[in-house]
Design a protein around this ligand. Structure first.
Ligand code: TYD
Ligand code: MG
Length: 454
């Protein structure tokens, strides 16, 4: 007897079922099972009976030059793309609704048009009149960008095939729908199918496509993660509400470094480049105050200074809070534990708040020492000396580890007028930065030197 078809597949573990169910028996995940259509070959036919055609096999060694890239001269954008736009590439730009994706891409469209590309901007969210009004407000009323307001992907692809642009911008992937997929626009299968059609179009026709994607509350591109796998480059446009800074971050890039950032400021006339983000992130800082520490970080290939702020206050009995903005809470817990176990500095019974000023998100372990310094400075109500930057990784033993690009961090600090640095011992440092650097080997020694305890 032929086995029963099992078309319901768990998207998390791949287990197959004959019937739909809410929870996967394989991995226990909820709501991950979707129906997958059988292949046209149908059941029973093995691939051996359906011979494909041979594909050409090429040598790895070639004389081919690297693909020419197009630069916009918007440095913050070019850097995040890894040095400009690669022809026939597919890029996903994700971000919260209202963060400024459409504004960014309209400005990018105009910049690419200025650089000599033919650009089509397809809006599925706004009418052409609205897009034109926005362009006028951005001072781009005369830009040579062609517009379409459409959501039917079949019509869009036909239009693009005829117009043959160098770049097509699709705003947004969630509004696009294919009449061959019978589910609502914005659903997982529609988003997946639309992204597949558009990336395939990019590869086969040599048109670069930029897809705009909304992000869910959990911080993922709404729709399946697979969209991220389909494209060459994934950029996130982030920022805090109430802050003017916007950060464009590459989280995946087949044609350049990931983790690169471009910094912009939202103004009344659109996004403006921020060439010196350190100055911006440190803007408005007054005299040194307890709990405030300047961290010399690296974002992508560039040093960026920013301020960490800690507040430590007595907590109601048994309900001490730990809260962080812009930093991993697990990392904060680890640093608190090391301070307690290795230095005898306890935070029991105290609320701890830690904040990265300016809406920046820090993921480098190099921030550990700056976090510890901010916590201690807040707890002891004692500011670090004026003009000091801090960096270094803390290990569980309490030792301080050298971090990458120490010289670059120091140079950036010197450029912004800082005079002292607290850095981990080890790692050679030349004397070129002009800062007075005190290198510390472990956290207890650091606590003793800076806060007269330990
Ligand atoms: P938008 O690009 O529409 O966001 P998204 O496409 O990510 O949903 O940007 C919306 C916000 O940007 C809106 O709150 C207004 C603000 N904005 C400015 O501050 N200045 C401008 O010049 C423009 C065009 C928008
Ligand atoms: Mg938009």
């Amino acid at each position: 007897m032929a086995p029963k078809p099992r078309p319901f597949i768990c998207s998390s573990c791949g287990a197959a079922f004959a019937k739909w169910q809410g929870r996967c028996d394989g991995c226990g995940a909820w709501d991950t099972i979707t129906e997958e259509r059988p292949l046209a070959a149908g059941p029973g036919k093995s691939l051996g009976a359906l011979r494909g055609k041979p594909v050409p096999l090429l040598d790895l060694a070639t004389e081919e030059a690297p693909p020419p890239r197009t630069e916009t001269r918007v440095e913050e954008l070019d850097r995040v793309l890894g040095g400009g736009l690669v022809p026939a590439s597919a890029i996903l730009v994700g971000g919260d609704p209202g963060i400024g994706k459409s504004t960014l891409l309209l400005q990018a469209a105009a910049a690419f048009a200025r650089a000599g590309l033919s650009v089509v901007y397809v809006s599925g969210e706004e009418a052409s009149a609205q897009v034109r009004m926005r362009a006028q407000r951005l001072g781009l009323g005369k830009a040579e960008v062609r517009l379409a307001a459409e959501t039917n992907l079949r019509d869009i692809l036909t239009t693009l095939e005829e117009a043959k642009p160098d770049l097509a911008i699709i705003d947004s992937i969630q509004t696009m729908w294919l009449d061959t997929v019978d589910s609502a626009p914005g659903s997982v299968s529609q988003v997946r199918a639309a992204a597949h059609e558009l990336t395939t179009f990019a590869k086969s026709r040599g048109t670069s496509v930029i897809l705009v994607g909304h992000v869910t509350k959990e911080g993922q591109i709404a729709g399946p993660r697979v969209v991220e796998h389909m494209v060459d480059t994934v950029l996130y446009f982030e920022g805090e509400r109430g802050h003017q800074f916007r950060i464009l971050r590459s989280v995946k890039n087949r044609f350049g470094p990931a983790d690169e950032i471009g910094v912009f400021e939202m103004t009344g006339r659109g996004l403006a480049e921020v060439r010196n983000p350190s100055a911006l992130f440190l803007d408005g800082r007054g005299k040194p105050s307890p709990g405030s520490v300047v961290f010399a970080g690296i974002e992508g290939t560039r040093p960026v200074l920013c301020e960490l702020q800690a507040l430590v206050a007595p907590a109601p009995a048994g309900q001490a809070r730990r809260s962080t903005v812009g930093l991993d809470s697990g990392r904060l817990a680890m640093i608190l534990a090391v301070l307690e176990a290795r230095c005898g500095m306890t935070f029991t019974g105290l609320d701890v708040y830690l904040n990265v000023a300016g809406g920046l998100k820090i993921s480098e372990p190099a921030a550990d020492l700056a976090v510890a310094a901010a916590l201690l400075s807040a707890r002891e109500d004692q500011a670090l000396p004026e003009g000091t930057v801090v960096f270094g990784e803390i290990s569980l033993s309490g030792a301080l580890r050298p971090v990458t690009q120490m010289e670059n961090r120091l140079k950036e600090a010197a450029k912004l007028g800082f005079r002292n640095a607290l850095a981990p011992a080890g790692g050679r440092l030349s004397e070129t930065s002009g800062l007075s650097v005190s290198q510390v080997s472990d956290l207890p020694a650091f606590v003793g030197e800076q806060f007269g305890a330990g």
